[in-house]
Write a protein that binds this ligand. Sequence first.
Ligand code: CTP
Length: 488
Amino acid sequence: MASITIRNLDDEVKDLLRRLAAENDRSMEEQARIMIRAAVEGQLGPAGRIEQIEKTLRELTGSHGPATPVAAVSNQTPRGSLSGKRILLIIGGGIAAYKALDLIRRLRERGAAVRVVMTSAAQEFVTTLSVGALSADRVFTDLFDRNDEHDVGHIRLSREADLVVVAPATADLMAKLANGHANDLGSTVLIATDKPVLMAPAMNPKMWSHPATRRNRATLQKDGIAFVGPAKGEMAESNEAGEGRMAEPLEIVAAIEALLDIRPKPLAGRKIIVTSGPTHEPIDPVRYIANRSSGKQGHAIAAALARLGADVRLVSGPVGIADPVGVTTLHVETANEMKDAVEQLLPADAAVFVAAVADWRSVTSAGEKIKKVAGEGPPALQMVENPDILAGVGHHRQRPSLVVGFAAETQDLVRNAEAKLRKKGADFIVANDVSHEGAGSPGVMGGDRNKVRIVSKAGIDEWPEMSKGEVATRLAALIAERLKTIVV
Ligand code: CTP
């Protein structure tokens, strides 16, 4: 399969790619793939003016940075989420050291200056030459380098950074810091720094689960060291799998951004209600009516809104996934409980209804388990309609300024979504076509991807297929944009 060599692209295109990638939290390759797919699907309009393409791409990819003409910035440092930040990266000696090279690129793409310290073991895996070329700075390796001590020195090295990142953090580096050892440049910098430290551990699963490593990790956490990963998966060594894989470079970048708290917070001070997951409608104490909603999309939206600074109240039906970080989650079972919880949370600035609420419930929920009675056949279930929570809030006297609904349709997607928009009093409906579903197809309940259209009075905006996380990020940006123009 052909691959894209970003290096070979025109400077102008490279700049555009770099900025869009940084704004969207993607690698440049991933951003390029999305752009190519959009071009193939004819969403970029007539080729030609780069400003037009940029504008369309911003709309397509949910990037909301100011549409500065590319030419105006092509000779400047790329505007990125880490612009002006100084990262001191300590590379430990492990096979995952090769991922540190990519991490340097990702950090620089986002505007960070990266200085690197390599342990002697790290130099067995990657060379100072490649690290220096990527970081565009000299690489520091020796504690007793005469030049370093006169020039930068370990104290200055550790202080002239906004954050110290250890990737890969080996069992040895963790043990050294946990016990206060300082016998090489990396460990000395770690003990000398007054800046936050983030560790991305990487080691064999047996080493990670060893009581000594667990003890060291607990000590380091108590000392305020932040961790990202490790993840579960295949190890570089053959036939080894388990917990110990280093987090991917973009996950480490996200952890760095969170630690430095540099993301803009356009939703600060805004209260937003989100519903998510299915509802369970009891038939008797052991049986209930349910659906296959996993809650993944709703929970991702709650998390994305919180990342933009919103005070998010998530009302979740029964799901098997964790409560999102930074969100206040209320757990309910039935549609009626969900409705009460949502109404008690009013007033709010916005409400996003992602839950797959059961349309009906059994009229009577038996207090005792319904027994089979010989000769009587199955019991008849009498159903009654559940309240429509979205419609209730859409027409409420305390209606939030922005009300967003979801609609999964199998036919007449747009017409049905437009009807729901009116009937339920929503500002826009996020509609997905679930007519061609099979395992793994976009929009499938419980799946990880989604392909949606935003239906509003202003028209229909079709988004390309993307992960539920990306839909969430983009929808949160759209909500922030809409709330910005609503004066309360
Ligand atoms: N919704 C709700 N309360 C309900 C039913 C739906 O809040 N009792 C919300 C959902 O969270 C979603 C939107 O309404 O945001 C559309 O849900 P959907 O199930 O597609 O619509 P229905 O009104 O149930 O219509 P139908 O199932 O007939 O398509």
